[in-house]
Design a protein around this ligand. Sequence first.
Ligand code: UD1
Length: 423
Amino acid sequence: MDKLKITGGQTLKGEVQISGAKNAVLPILAATLLAPGISIIDNVPRLRDVNTLLQVLNAIGAKAAWSSDNQVTVDATEISNPTAPYELVKTMRASVLVLGPLLARIGQARVSLPGGCAIGARPVDQHIKGMRALGANIEILEGYIEAKAEKLTGTRFVSDMVTVTGTENLLMAAVLADGETILENAACEPEVVDLANMLNKMGAKITGIGTPRLEIQGVQQLKAVNYRTLPDRIEAGTYLVAAAATGGEVILRGIAIQLLEAVCEKLTESGAEITSGTENGVDFIKLKSSAKPQAVSIRTAPFPAFPTDMQAQFMALNCIANGAGVIVENIFENRFMHIPELIRMGAKIEFSANTATTTGGKLRGAPVMATDLRASAGLIIAALAAEGETIIDRIYHLDRGYEKIEEKLSILGAKVERIKANK
Ligand code: UD1
């Protein structure tokens, strides 16, 4: 398994281009299944998760492939085998996003039930409950969600909790259903908005986009489209925190501040100076850090509040900041796996259940283990801010979600090197 070697203590300075959003492109690629014909998706990040979804689409019978550097073409004319196999779903839970489009387009789907994962049990009961409310007949057989529906029928569905992929799956099922569907307590994340905008471009009739109440008038059919994915707010937030933690100064190109207001507010509270705007038609965010950051307190919650996907990165920042900070994780029950690793680097953190209290100090390089995607990002930030050398093991998690991370960090002046498994 590849490892990352980081020599800390470098100040991050310079400019970086933000890639397309992983969490937007996955539902967008799944949505191409809704219409026969060729869809072209741009601003697609070269990530392991994207490749996994392309494999799922190909297994189903669509022809999905990279057509240029950051462009994917999907020909979904034929769907010969509506099955998302366990081998693929177990490596990426978001594969479950093909359930809604398959049911809507051909009235059947067989999708492996995702198991638990490092950050929590993460059930998909709301996806299933919502599909049943739309008239699907669903059984769990041999570890698979076996779903059938002659025709989905519009309904009003109130989700028990705000779920991002749950909202996306139900949205994709409802666009071709008979009549009107109302999704209450829907997720308002920008990635859900991006998917809804793409669906409307395909001919869907969705209103209330970006609010917790989505109204969908079912249509008979949709058409394949060209669509450009929105930028990745979590990748952007990660580089901003990395700069703040190293006393740096960065400009992020291709991302608007509206996508990460809660994150930027916390960075400002920590002492960083943030400006944003548009230059030559391209959005930018600029961060100038303070001499020494101040610890911040955070409670994760659905958008527009502070995202759980930025929790580990701020935990790392707090570890080298002045003062104490309290971090409460409200979305996932086991998303503190980075804490024992940070403690190995000298962090002062006390935690129980979903609350962690950090006391600032110094970090020193150490061998550490990445446990999930965003925990890896937290460890990278800690390593960049630490004295000495850190070796991060199991960085395949990072390759799931950060495009060209060593290259981008190096452009900013970090000392980072990938150690290949066979070295
Ligand atoms: C998505 C994001 C992930 C992010 C998360 C929360 C993608 C591909 N991934 O994950 O990066 O961290 O949103 O912003 O977009 N839940 C249930 N039953 C369900 C569905 C969810 O109990 O049927 C629970 C989950 O266990 C979790 C909470 O609801 O505690 C929110 O999860 P959800 O929004 O569904 O996360 P994902 O869509 O899996």
